[in-house]
Design a protein around this ligand. Sequence first.
Ligand SMILES: [Mg+2]
Length: 118
Amino acid sequence: MKAFIDVDDTLVLYKGNYIHPYGMIKGEPFEPNYKLIEKLKKFDGEIIVWSGGGKEYAREVARMVLLPENIRCMVASKFEDFKDIEPGDIVVDDQKEYYTGMKESGVHIFGPFDEWQI
Ligand SMILES: [Mg+2]
């Protein structure tokens, strides 16, 4: 089982109720999503942190919030690079409306504040 975790407004949270693409690159004040991070530290499967802001950006944020070094980081465009997602996998993203179609094929889709236990 794999967990695909978005960076901006998901793994890190910003002030204001709107989306913050590449917020950390732009230097926007943020705080780690501690609740999600605690869940990920207990997650028994592969964690993939991805961002449209790039693989290195995803890596930098993953490091900063103290996720294990061996997790996979990738750059992703929401529409092209998600071929790896299989039924049973988890996706956590603040823009979960993008994944509606996957839900029907058994992928678990959650928002950054949703409770989940798999
Ligand atoms: Mg996001």
